[in-house]
Design a protein around this ligand. Structure first.
Ligand code: NAD
Length: 508
């Protein structure tokens, strides 16, 4: 028998043009020091988790429920401290936003998993065709082992602990790598997790891109990554070397399509809420708006009214989140300047008594609309991840659909209108990770819906039972009966076997 080499060819992806975001993030090559010190340390945690997993390879409901209950208590006990750390890491982020988008959401996910765990774990009987009867079949779910979870900074708590809910419900152990861009929170999480879990159950690894690169190269049984598309590619390559299955949760440009039938006041109110929540630093933030050409002036007025109502002040308003760091602040400002240079009209809304913006130091970037953005502008070539909304006029629905379909499949799509026929056409003729009709963000919230992208916006799904299933092995089990129909096909193959085969090929 011939030995098959499993070595992968050296990096063989064709070089792609880099966006400013990618240039800023793709620097992850472990140094000699991090290789020598960090790799053995992380490997040793993984080995201990795997040994503990093998010793209790299929934990029952009681153990899983206890781990989820501890996770819930951990979040509850540390909620205020976590929130304060995140606010400091951001510079400014409302505690209400943190409670809403991180604490409440993740605790709800934990409680949802606990409520449904028994049912998710139950083996499922499945039918078989007559040719397999009287044998029977079922699907048994088992944990996969040790799950690696890499999170992004924009929801530093939710993006590591929500995948952890699925991992623990499925009976796995897990190593978490929160983002270095929110370092106070990462350290607080490390301390809290060590309080509530043994290191061989759940461990937190802190560090930057080098730590991330080493982390992603470990032979996990599954790796969940939330972050940029550029780093997602690196993570997928690293995981491929171990044949580790991945769930990738990057972002992209999610369009908001305003139909000619839309109520503009309602549309603007909901679009502004989704765009300015966390100052637009959300993977499913509506990235740009496609608006019927004749409605653009009225739409801009409605957006202005909604901004003024939701954020009557900007610079001193504790509800308005700052941009997370100088690098992203400068990146977004460059997108605006580039669009202006290439002919777009820029509208920035700042209350009259506040200083002209963008305001340095505090990293408060006022809501900005870019009218008549074109695909030549950088703002239409990369995910914005900030409070900037390009508005693109369109003349026909056909043109709007074509402009969505010529881009990468988005993580989210938003449609606003009252014409059900137009809505159904958009649903049928576009493909995206998820859709919210007449609002933004909402499809990501219920634990009963799968969350994930398609194509560059993501691989795989999680949340609720979808997270449980993604991190379980769904093992098919066939139970043969005393009499086996299949035994009629055992050799030697005489005329009866051939007749049986012909019956099978016609009726099975
Ligand atoms: P990022 O890709 O820069 O970093 C994400 C994580 O990856 C960090 O923990 C980082 O330390 C780690 N990392 C860096 N280099 C690595 C490497 N070579 N190997 C492994 N890990 C590495 O992303 P970010 O700036 O933190 O987050 C913003 C991005 O995340 C946006 O694109 C946004 O759309 C996306 N996002 C997606 C979702 C989703 O659910 N789909 C949610 C939030 C954010």
């Amino acid at each position: 028998m011939q030995a098959i080499s499993t070595a992968l060819p050296p990096d063989h992806l064709p070089p792609l043009p880099l966006t400013t975001w990618e240039r800023a993030t793709m620097s992850a090559h472990p140094t000699a020091t991090s290789e020598n010190l960090l790799r053995p340390e992380l490997r040793s945690i993984l080995d201990r988790q795997r040994a503990a997993f093998v010793a209790d390879i299929n934990p029952g409901w009681r153990t899983r429920n206890d781990r989820l209950a501890r996770l819930d208590r951990l979040i509850e006990r540390h909620a205020d401290h976590f929130s304060a750390c995140i606010s400091k890491d951001y510079g400014r982020r409302s505690e209400v936003v943190t409670a809403l988008t991180e604490i409440v959401t993740t605790r709800a996910a934990t409680r949802h998993a606990r409520r449904h765990l028994r049912q998710w774990m139950r083996p499922r009987r499945v039918g078989v065709g007559w040719a397999f009867r009287p044998g029977q079949a079922k699907i048994v779910t088992q944990p996969v082992g040790v799950v690696g979870i890499v999170g992004a900074w924009n929801f530093p708590l939710q993006l590591v602990l929500s995948p952890l809910v699925g991992a623990l419900a499925a009976g796995n152990r897990a190593m978490l790598k929160p983002s270095e861009i929110t370092p106070r929170f990462a350290e607080a999480l490390k301390v809290a997790v060590a309080d509530f879990f043994s290191e061989d159950e759940v461990a937190v690894v802190t560090g930057g891109t080098e730590a991330g690169a080493i982390f992603a190269s470990l032979p996990f049984d599954h790796l969940i990554f939330t972050g940029s598309i550029a780093v997602g590619r690196l993570v997928a390559q690293a995981a491929a070397r171990n044949l580790t299955p991945v769930t990738l949760e990057p972002g992209g440009k999610s369009p908001a399509l305003v139909d000619v039938s839309a109520n503009l006041a309602v549309t603007a109110r909901r679009l502004v809420f989704g765009k300015l929540l966390n100052a637009g630093q959300i993977c499913i933030s509506p990235d740009y708006a496609l608006v019927p050409r004749t409605l653009v002036p009225a739409f801009l007025d409605a957006v202005h009214t909604s901004v003024a109502k939701q954020y009557p002040s900007m610079i001193r308003n504790p509800d308005y989140t700052s941009i997370v760091n100088d690098r992203h602040f400068e990146r977004i400002k460059r997108l605006i300047v580039d669009a202006e240079t290439k002919g777009a009209r820029i509208i920035q809304w700042v209350p009259a008594d506040e200083c002209p913006c963008p305001e340095g130091g505090t990293r408060i970037l006022p809501p900005t609309v870019i009218v008549n953005a074109t695909s030549e502008m950088a703002v239409m070539q990369e995910e914005i991840f900030g409070p900037v909304l390009p508005v693109i006029p369109y003349d026909t629905r056909e043109e709007a659909i074509a402009s969505i379909n010529k881009r990468d499949r988005p993580l989210a799509l938003y449609w606003f209108g009252t014409d059900d026929g137009a809505r159904d056409e958009i649903l049928a003729r576009t493909i995206s990770g998820g859709v919210t009709i007449n609002d933004t963000i909402m499809h990501s919230a219920p634990d009963t819906l799968p969350f994930g992208g398609i194509g560059p916006s993501g691989i795989g799904h999680y949340h609720g039972k979808y997270g449980f299933r993604a991190l379980s092995k769904e093992k098919p089990v066939f139970m043969q009966s005393r009499f086996s129909t299949g035994s009629m096909l055992y050799p030697p193959y005489g005329p009866f076997a051939r007749r049986f085969l012909s019956v099978l090929s016609r009726f099975a």
